[in-house]
Design a protein around this ligand. Structure first.
Ligand code: B16
Ligand code: MG
Length: 217
């Protein structure tokens, strides 16, 4: 039986991917190479330092650890500047409606995000009160595809993994949900999210009825 929904943040509830992309692109430009939107696909759902490693691989650079820390901080400062201006209009279509529907049907809700900046985004968009538990990158030690973030969410809600459904837009996130023993709804295309139990293109297509109907085991 499904008792709880665990939501990824970036790409599921808000489109912060565009701000991550602009900040990484700016860093790449300062380092002297191009970083395309297609390159950016590889960074979705991946932690900050793992993203930097992918970026540096594209630029064929291999700086020492302290330089890497400085680069990650530089990128994050630009990113934080962008998200500090976010407001409720940046919540993705269907997200609020579905969160409200979950809660009115008695389903518990949790956030399961890799981002260390999740609280800023939730507070600026007004999403904070919609969650019974919030697990973000400040509370985990292993990044997706490790299942830690989702297992912590289930534990905090008091449910077993089998009672939780994860909503994800990134391949690493779908993998994390599967390793956690949770069912998952992928938001995006089959090329990257083929392993999801159910695929939709936005939360506008989701309803509690559909969830309970299509994800029965
Ligand atoms: P930060 P999610 C992820 O958020 C993003 O998809 C990913 O692009 C980002 O690198 C990661 O958070 C870490 O974010 O630098 O703010 O700590 O999709 O797990 O909500
Ligand atoms: Mg995401």
């Amino acid at each position: 039986l499904i008792k709880a929904c665990i939501f990824d943040l970036d790409g599921v509830l808000v489109n912060t991917a565009k701000y991550h992309y602009l900040a990484w692109k700016r860093l790449a430009a300062e380092l002297g190479f191009e970083f395309t939107e297609q390159d950016n696909e590889q960074l979705k759902g991946v932690s900050r330092m793992a993203s930097l490693d992918i970026l540096l691989g594209i630029g064929k650079l291999n700086p020492d650890e302290s330089t890497k820390q400085e680069m990650a901080e530089r990128k994050n400062n630009w990113y934080v500047e962008s998200i500090s201006k976010m407001d409720p209009s940046e919540i993705l279509p269907g997200a609020l409606e579905f969160l409200n529907e979950c809660r009115s049907h008695g389903l518990k809700t949790a956030l399961g995000s890799a981002s260390k900046n999740a609280m800023t985004i939730l507070n600026n968009t007004g999403l904070t009160p919609y969650f019974d538990a919030i697990i973000d990158g400040t509370r985990t030690s292993s990044a997706k595809p490790d299942p830690e973030v989702f297992l912590l969410g289930a534990e905090e809600l008091g449910f077993s993994p089998a009672e939780c459904v994860v909503f994800e837009d990134a391949e690493a996130g779908i993998e994390a949900a599967r390793r956690a023993g949770m069912r998952c709804v992928g938001i995006g295309g089959a090329e990257t999210l083929g392993k999801a139990d159910l695929l939709i293109s936005s939360l506008e297509e989701m309803s509690v009825d559909r969830l309970l109907r299509e994800l029965v085991v």
